[in-house]
Each structure stands twice: as C-alpha cells, then as structure tokens.
Ligand binder design. Structure first.
Ligand code: 6PG
Length: 479
C-alpha cells in the first residue's frame, strides 16, 4: 500500500478544508478524528478519486504515513493539543515532524518544541490564517520551529498556501514559537483593522445617516484604491446582504455584542511584557469588551448626558473622503505598532524575524491581506533597519497628504459624541511619536516628588532628586 504524504488530526472545518486543499495539490493524506463517525462521514462523503485515507486510531494513522512522518494537528488550542501530542509522541520516531496548526499561544509552542526536541522530533507551530475558504483554496501559513522540520514539510505547505506574484504565502519564520507569535500579532492587527472599519461605519451612519446600500457603495469604492483589502471587501458585501425574512439589511439586525477567542488579548499581554505600544490594538480589544457589556450600556444610554452638538452640518462628501484618509493613516499606525512588537519579541526570543518576509506572506490568503502589505514589504526590503514604518518615505507622504482629514474625522466624531477609540488612539500615537519633547518631564517630577524616584536633566548628566517642598534645599545629584 502506498503510504500517505501527511497525516491530519482533527476534522473540524479547518482540518477538512486543509485536507481537501492538500488533495487538490496532489498530496495524499491520512486523517484521524477522536470520534470515528466524523472520520468515516468525511471520507465516505468525498468525491471519488480523492487520496484521503481514514484512520481509526493514532497507531493506524502513524502506520500509514511515509517517513519521516508529517502529522498536522488541527484541533482546539490548549489542553486538547497537549493531550494529542502526549498520545502521539510515543508512536513517533526521531526525525518525524509534528505540526500544530491551531491558534496556539506561542509560549505553548515554545514548550512543545523543547519537549519534542528531547525525542528528536521536529515541532512546527504554524499559524494558519484565512478561515475556511483560505484553508480550502490557499491560506497564509506562518511556520516556526525547527528549520529542518520545515524543510521536510515545505514541499507540501508551500503548495497548499496562497500564492501572490508567484511566491507562496508561507515561509520559515524562526525557531520554537516564532510562527505562532507572528500569527498572534496578525490577529492583533486583524482586531484593530476590524475595529477601525467599524468606527468608519459608525461615523458615517451616525453623522450622515447613510444606509447599508450607500455604505456598501463607499466600501466597494474604497476597495479599488489604497485601502484595498479583504476586510474592506467583505465589509461591502456584508452591507449588501439582506435578511431573507424581513428584507432589511442583515447587519442592522445583528446584536452589537462582539465575541473574542483571546488572541487579541494575548497580543496586549505580550506587548505589555515587551513594553511596546500597541494602542490601536488595545483600543480594539477594549471596544469588544465594552460592546459585550450590553446591559450596562443600555442603562447608561438612558442616564448619561449627550454632547450638546447639533446634527452634522458640514461637507458630507468631504467627511466620506476624509474617512478614507483617516482609515489609511490609522492602518499604517496599526501595522507600525505590529512591526514594533514583532521586532521587540524577536530580539528577546532570538527569532531573527524578517519583517519584509512576514509582510510577503501576509499579502495573500490571510484575513489582513491588503494592498498596503506590498508597500510594507517594499519598505522593509529596501531598508531592513527602518526604525518605524511611519518613517518610510511612502508612509510619510501618505500621512502628509491625509493628516488634515485624519484630524478632521477625529475632531468631528468627538464633537458629535461618536466613539472612535482606535482612530483616535492611532492619531495620539502619531502625535506622540512625532514630538521630540513630551510632557513626561512633569511626570518625572511628580514621581520624584512623591516617591524620590529620581529624574534626569536635559542640561547635565546624572540622576537627580529634589526636595520639592523645601525651597531652602537644593537639587541633589545622586550618581
Ligand atoms: C484567521 C483568524 C482566525 C481567528 C478568527 C476568530 O487568521 O483566520 O485570525 O484565526 O480565529 O478570526 O478570532 P476571534 O474569535 O478572536 O475574533
């Protein structure tokens, strides 16, 4: 019997779609699910000629794979993944490759990488983005783990991945948890971009009273220019969708309570640990949390005063155009913050992440794919040491052209009481970054006042402490 090229554990929607994708590229797969009925149903329902073999047990799965074995796990991240690896590892041989394609926490991937290394088993933690359609037709794949392991699986995964300009959206990113870290930051950016779009929708709907049809037109138009992206494209489609029963735009009937599985929160936790600013992502996570507090908002909506502003009486077309520029600028800030976080973690973990390479594999297949990623790739390819994405010549030119509009949108929304946490956080980041001197001098003075925490001076070296309440005592140089 011919042995299969790859084994796949977990036949949820993503697992099933990946198997079909692999099959369509000519790779044979053995599949296993904890519940045999699911495996049986999946393989029995396949069109004739598919090279997919069902396995009743992990032992059987392992026995029908060519060596070195490639086994991909596509199950819920966390304890379940540990349990499967625990059962699987004793059945494997040195040189085999275990691939975790779940949305795993990168520290779990680091631990699994080191545990399996003791058995000389390669571990690859691979971020898989693009949802069901991506998995089926070509996802963006973000692998981290042993480089040798990647070489063993690359012939399959580079074919399965989305292709942009003849390049696969899959490349080796670095050791241990690097792949899952990059996927986590991808998701943080995903959260921020989704929130920015929601804010644009809110401002245009609240201030201009635009309905779903008009919003669909605006987003579809934006998708033809600099803002072109998967998320803008699907937003236009969402606005067009009608509820079959009532005929109303479906989006208007959806409860405004956002859910989340946690990757955005992980990004914030990591950014905190790295002392890196990801304020736009932070605003997006906060917004989901506040949206979920529906009862509290309903009560507050009846009690809290509204701003005293009149209805929007400005240039309506101008506001739509300004929103385009505000979105683009905030999108740049989101990516700038994402890059910052990737770099800081890369330094601390010794991953040597290649930012241009990451932008390359995010250009297709994934949820955040967009025209901007090509620009980001070019920017970091021509200047790998670029301090901040906002300093790239193309970013500076875009912000120069759009900053008046960006400010106008933020000011207008604030005046009229429409919350724009991500758009305004992005602008605040930009305005802080471009200032050589921030009011942190006063903050340092406050710290020294109440806690003798010391401060540095602009006119001489050293650390100083002042007795701020006693005018007779002077500043002390401490070291
Ligand atoms: C992707 C997505 C995906 C993510 C969902 C849901 O890249 O395909 O990031 O992996 O799990 O978008 O995430 P939330 O439930 O947290 O919104």
């Amino acid at each position: 019997m011919n042995k299969c090229n790859i084994g796949l554990i977990g036949l949820g929607v993503m697992g099933r779609s990946l198997v079909l994708n692999m099959d369509s590229k000519g790779f044979s797969a053995a599949v296993y699910n904890r519940t045999w009925e699911i495996t049986e149903k999946f393989t029995a329902g396949l069109a004739p000629g598919k090279n997919v073999k069902p396995a009743r047990s992990l032992e059987e799965l392992v026995s029908i794979l060519e060596r070195p074995r490639r086994i991909m796990i596509m199950i819920k991240a966390g304890k379940a993944t540990d349990a499967v690896i625990g059962d699987l590892a004793p059945l494997l041989h040195a040189g085999d490759v275990v691939i975790d394609g779940g949305n795993s926490l990168f520290t779990d991937s680091q631990r699994r990488f080191h545990e399996l290394a003791k058995q000389n088993i390669h571990f690859i933690g691979i971020g898989v983005s693009g949802g069901e359609e991506g998995a089926l037709k070509g996802p963006s794949l973000m692998p981290g783990g042993t480089e040798e392991g990647w070489k063993i699986i690359a012939p399959i995964f580079t074919r399965v991945a989305a292709q942009v300009g003849g390049e696969p959206c899959a490349r080796y990113l670095g050791p241990d948890g690097a792949g899952h870290y990059v996927k986590m930051v991808h998701n943080g950016i995903e959260y921020a971009e989704m929130q920015l779009i929601c804010e644009a929708y809110d401002v245009l709907a609240q201030l201009l009273g635009l309905d779903a049809d008009r919003l669909a037109e605006i987003f579809a138009k934006w998708n033809e220019g600099d803002l072109e992206s998967y998320l803008i494209e699907i937003t236009a489609q969402i606005f067009r969708k009608r509820d079959p029963e009532s005929g109303q735009p479906l989006v208007d009937l959806i409860l405004d309570r956002a859910k989340q599985k946690g990757t955005g929160m992980w990004t914030l936790e990591s950014a905190n640990r790295q002392a890196t600013v990801v304020s736009t992502i932070n605003a997006a996570v906060d917004s989901r949390i506040l949206s979920s507090q529906k009862a509290a908002r309903t009560t507050a909506s009846k009690l809290l005063p509204k701003p005293e502003s009149a209805a929007f009486a400005g240039d309506r077309a101008g506001l739509v155009a300004a929103m385009h520029d505000a979105l683009y600028a905030a999108k740049l800030v989101t990516h700038a913050q994402g890059v910052d976080l990737l770099r800081s973690a890369s330094t601390d973990h010794g991953w040597n992440l290649d930012i241009a390479g990451i932008a390359t594999i995010w250009r297709g297949g994934c949820i955040i794919r967009s025209r901007l990623l090509e620009r980001i790739r070019e920017a970091f390819e021509s200047d790998p040491k670029l301090d901040n994405l906002l300093l790239a010549p193309f970013s500076r030119a875009a912000i120069e052209a759009g900053q008046a509009n960006w400010r106008n949108v933020v000011a207008t929304a604030i005046t009229h009481g429409v919350a724009i946490p991500a758009l305004s956080a992005s602008l605040a980041y930009f305005d802080s970054l471009r200032r050589e001197r921030l009011p942190a001098n006063l903050l340092q003075a406050q710290r020294d006042f109440f806690g003798a925490h010391k401060y540095e001076r602009v006119d001489r070296d050293g650390e100083f402490h002042t007795d701020w309440q006693d005018e007779t005592r002077s500043t002390t140089l401490l070291k």
